[in-house]
Design a protein around this ligand. Structure first.
Ligand code: PBG
Length: 338
């Protein structure tokens, strides 16, 4: 222990031989010692596409993000490629009239989503395409599965539909199907069904871990799949559970998932860090609609500095162990941060 430089002080300094600030004192040394980086290669950009309309329609809960009508899809994709993003994730906004309790439209080979996929693959073959496998945009009640007379979500019957939906998407040319429904056994069933039909090359990005979160509200507004209060606790994971969460991840890996997705991001980074130690697959985080909205609305109210906070949250996801980030901020981040 030595005295501080002030001779009149009796305060003792811990160990002056180790001073971590030496590694922070200039721009180049900070750059040399930076442990993680954020690049344009990290992002998947989610897009809401609507069958009808000519102009993009803004989504109230997601300032800066719109539903893109099919007529403007090519223009939107060009703007994405221009900023350097090469992966997108599509979510359909399905007309009310086509929704039903049995979600039949989800497996229509000539439905809206198959048409979008064929269009994109024909005009933008270089773009990597991820599409959700789940029934919620197609069910009249907004649940991710078929329900019985009491309203309970039926597991095996739903998995049957998800397999058919995956095959339709694969036949249309999607690169990765993304089961986001949280039914038991669906990854293995989808993998077998795709393989049986010769689609070994179609990958599976499994939403292995979808927590039962209050942060999906703006998304549900965007696709019209129910309110943020819709109770999905019989299939989405309890936010209080981390062992069970890791169990879901390990099951999906063993059933053949290529990429594991965890969502939401920020409140669950501890789970991401634990999963990173347990599995070898790439891990993706979905920074969901409510997470985007919280930052955007605070920034619009000048409560926080948007550039710093977006950088910090996206970097926290890389640091926790994510290889991939699906975020509504992808385009903005490429324009403002990278
Ligand atoms: C549904 C699905 C949801 C999201 C992606 N796929 C919402 C839900 O579970 O209700 C949410 C994404 C977001 O909030 O940005 N299969």
């Amino acid at each position: 222990m030595t005295k501080t430089t002030n001779p009149n002080s009796d305060i003792l300094l811990g160990n002056p031989h180790i001073r971590l600030r030496r590694l922070r004192q200039s721009v180049p040394i900070r750059a040399l010692t930076q442990e993680h980086v954020l690049t344009k290669n990290d992002f998947i950009y989610p897009i809401f596409i609507a069958e009808e309309g000519n102009e993009p329609t803004p989504i109230t809960g997601l300032p800066g993000i719109s539903r893109i009508p099919f007529a403007s899809l090519s223009k939107e994709i060009e703007s994405i490629l221009e900023v350097g993003i090469r992966s997108i994730m599509l979510f359909p906004v399905i007309d009310r009239a086509k929704k039903s309790a049995c979600a039949q439209e989800a497996i229509n080979p000539n439905g809206f989503m198959p048409r979008c996929i064929r269009h994109i693959k024909q005009h933008f073959p270089e773009l990597l395409l991820f599409v959700d496998v789940a029934l919620d945009p197609y069910t009249s009640h907004g649940h991710d599965g078929l329900t019985d007379a009491l309203g309970d979500v039926l597991n095996d019957e739903t998995v049957h539909m998800l397999c058919q939906q995956s095959l339709v998407l694969a036949q249309s040319g999607v690169d990765y199907v993304c089961p986001s429904d949280m039914m038991d056994g669906r990854i293995g069933a989808i993998r077998s069904h795709l393989d049986t039909h010769g689609h070994h090359k179609t990958g599976i990005l499994a939403y292995s871990l979808k927590f039962s979160s209050g942060l999906y509200g703006p998304f549900r507004e965007a696709v019209g799949s129910g309110s943020h209060a819709l109770d999905k606790r019989t299939y989405q994971v309890n936010p209080a559970n981390s062992r069970e969460a890791l169990h879901e991840v390990l099951l999906d890996v063993s059933e053949g998932a290529d990429i594991i997705m965890i969502k939401p991001g920020l409140p669950y980074l501890d789970i991401v860090a634990k999963a990173r130690e347990k599995i070898l697959n790439p891990i993706a985080i979905y920074q969901v609609s409510g997470e985007y909205a919280m930052i955007k609305l605070a920034a619009q109210n000048k409560v926080i500095d948007e550039e710093r906070v977006v950088y910090e949250t996206l970097m926290s996801m890389k640091r926790a162990g994510a290889d991939i980030i699906a975020t509504y901020y992808a385009k903005w981040a490429c324009q403002h941060l990278l």
